[in-house]
Design a binder for this molecule. Structure first.
Ligand SMILES: Cc1cc2nc3c(=O)[nH]c(=O)nc-3n(C[C@H](O)[C@H](O)[C@H](O)COP(=O)(O)O)c2cc1C
Length: 164
């Protein structure tokens, strides 16, 4: 396959063929305001020490909170179950209060932990790396929780579930 200049539409389309899970990254900032955003750019980084990363777009409101470190040094990654597609949509769209009517408890970081999500990974920010129009935030894992269920997936611009 020849290498060529990549136009944005092609790049998006190629990336969309990588099936991923879906998370909502949540934060309780230093002023005790809650923030949450749908994120698929999440992955594991290291087992020892336990590290994960999320990639936050610089245009996202969460970037001013977590991407810069001005307002938060901890976060939670809520891995969504197949029943939580409405939450994935809500936390990726404009909404006057994304948490309104959404059930959650608070984790060790104080961040909202969404009811019935598949897994929760709570983190202390270890480092941040600027990467183009995103900032990669690497977190040291300080807590986890797990529920029964199947994952919500995202593939080629749509949601799907996995049965096995
Ligand atoms: C399935 C899906 C996955 C997304 N993944 C990411 C991501 O990994 N990083 C990111 O910065 N934005 C991601 N977004 C976009 C944000 O969720 C969306 O732009 C959000 O509205 C930004 O928050 P704001 O409106 O508070 O600025 C994703 C959106 C969807 C629908």
């Amino acid at each position: 396959m020849p290498l060529s200049t990549i136009d944005p539409a092609t790049f998006r389309s190629v990336l969309g063929r990588f099936a991923s899970g879906v998370t909502v990254v949540t934060v309780r900032d230093v002023q005790h305001y809650d923030h949450g955003m749908t994120v698929t750019a999440f992955c594991s980084v290291s087992l020892e020490p336990p590290l994960v990363q999320v990639s936050i777009g610089k245009a996202a409101s969460l970037h001013g909170v977590l991407g810069t470190g001005n307002l938060a040094s901890q976060f939670a990654v809520n891995i969504l179950s197949s029943k939580q597609e409405p939450l994935a949509r809500r936390f990726a769209e404009e909404h006057p209060d994304r948490f309104d009517g959404v059930g959650f408890t608070r984790g060790v970081t104080g961040a909202p932990i969404l009811d019935e999500c598949l897994d929760v990974i709570e983190c202390e920010v270890q480092s941040r790396y600027e990467a183009g129009d995103h900032t990669i935030v690497i977190g040291t894992v300080i807590g986890t929780a797990t529920n029964e269920g199947s994952p919500l997936l995202y593939y080629r611009g749509g949601y799907a579930s996995l049965q096995r």
